[in-house]
Design a protein around this ligand. Structure first.
Ligand SMILES: [Zn+2]
Length: 417
């Protein structure tokens, strides 16, 4: 997931205990993650030899699963180069060549096989920092293993490919599996794919994104983008029926991950996500903290969703939304940790980062933010839009509901790394 999320959420939820995997499938999923998040792959920084090694491994996995190559020149790899731009986000990897990995499961219904559903996840991460790191002190230069972010989603996509390719008949429409590079620098790989798709975008029904699905707690699954098509909510209710997950579906299709690139092409999208945690973008995001059983369940649910989409009569009803206000220049940092499942009417905090502006300003877990400066805040999007109007060092009044009181706190915003 992109560092954009950091503006709202630094870190602080309790980490999961070490994994106890229960099924053979979960063990296989964990095996992929263990390799991708190993020291030898050095954090899979876009454009690095280790990122290339990960791509080659994933191409071999697609081949073994019987997927058809969907990349360049009859292979699985889709090559692209990071544009050299002035933004600090891309500076470390500018002009580096990298690749997405594309595998295709052709549709079994001849009339529908020219249309597809894209299932994707990014496999790159932050290398050895420091760009994008949420760690403190010298730790920003350690290997950022990216087990949850996003070896988890990558392994999940491999599992979905296994499920869908092993059951006959294959889905009616074509399923295109894409593992993206360049996500951490701004969802670049998915943007490249969306401009150079295996099947034209106007024949793509939907994009399902798995980004950070490795830390499921209490059966809770967040599904972002649920407002990008009118049919999503009933479809989600129906595919979840056998799994009884605690599904929190919300939000339009704009977001800090690869679904954004498809929503920008007017495609309905979903982003499956098991929420933030203290190891987000830190070296401690390691394989031993992964809930592989949780990933297995997410993979089954997404595979069921893909089958439904692949078989339905017509397209989904796309719902457009205005793009969020983008921050430019130095960005203000608050350090509050929103409860991503919080209900409308404000943004409830599950905590504040120690020593952050939110902490120093007196905000605490359980507070519900209802206004920042002159802007009222009813949702995470409102909060982001309000924050980008301010600059590091600004002193702003933040209104929070605490218990049955509403109080105003004066907070000096910090600077985001
Ligand atoms: Zn990330």
């Amino acid at each position: 997931m992109l560092t954009a999320a950091l503006a709202l959420a630094a870190t602080a939820l309790p980490a999961q205990n070490a994994p106890a995997t229960h099924s053979r499938r979960a063990a296989a999923i964990l095996n992929d993650i263990r390799y991708l998040a190993s020291d030898s792959l050095d954090g899979r920084l876009t454009g690095s030899p280790q990122n290339d090694s990960a791509a080659a491994y994933l191409a071999r996995r697609f081949k073994r699963l019987g997927l058809k190559p969907g990349g360049d020149a009859g292979g699985y790899l889709q090559h692209w180069t990071v544009n050299s731009t002035s933004g600090t986000r891309e500076a470390a990897v500018a002009n580096h060549a990298t690749e997405n990995v594309v595998g295709i499961l052709p549709g079994s219904d001849r009339r529908l096989a020219g249309q597809d559903v894209v299932i994707g996840a990014h496999f790159d991460h932050l290398g050895n920092g420091p760009f994008g790191s949420a760690a403190h002190g010298d730790s920003v230069h350690l290997i950022h293993h990216g087990a949850d972010d996003n070896a988890s989603g990558t392994a999940g996509v491999l599992e979905i490919a296994r499920i869908l390719s092993s059951r006959r008949p294959h889905p009616a429409r074509t399923i295109v599996f894409v593992l993206f590079s360049g996500e951490e620098e701004g969802a670049l790989g998915s943007a490249w794919y969306a401009d150079h798709p295996a099947i034209p975008m106007d024949s793509t029904l939907a994009m399902l994104n798995l980004d950070m699905v490795g830390r499921m707690r209490d059966n809770r699954l967040l599904v972002l983008g649920a407002l990008s098509a009118t049919e999503w909510q009933p479809l989600l209710d129906s595919v979840d029926a056998p799994y009884h997950l605690d599904v929190h579906a919300s939000g339009n299709g704009w977001g800090p991950s690869d679904q954004n690139s498809f929503y920008a092409k007017q495609r309905p999208v979903l982003h499956f996500f098991t929420d933030l945690h203290t190891d987000y973008h830190a070296p401690a995001d390691t394989w031993d903290k992964i809930n592989a059983d949780g990933i297995e369940t997410v993979a089954q649910l997404v595979a069921d969703m893909a089958r439904r989409l692949a078989a339905r009569r017509g397209p989904l009803t796309f719902v457009n939304a205005a793009p969020p206000v983008m921050a430019s220049g130095d960005r203000a940092y608050l350090g509050s940790i929103p409860d991503m499942t919080s209900e409308p009417g404000g943004v409830k905090l599950s905590g504040v980062s120690a020593g952050s502006p939110a902490d120093s300003g007196g905000m605490r877990a359980g507070d519900v933010i209802t206004a920042i400066g002159a802007d009222s805040v009813a949702s995470l999007a409102d909060m982001q839009n309000a924050l980008v109007k301010h600059h590091p060092g600004d002193r702003v009044d933040i209104k929070v509901r605490r218990g049955d009181q509403t109080i105003t706190l004066s907070v000096t915003l910090g600077r985001r790394r």
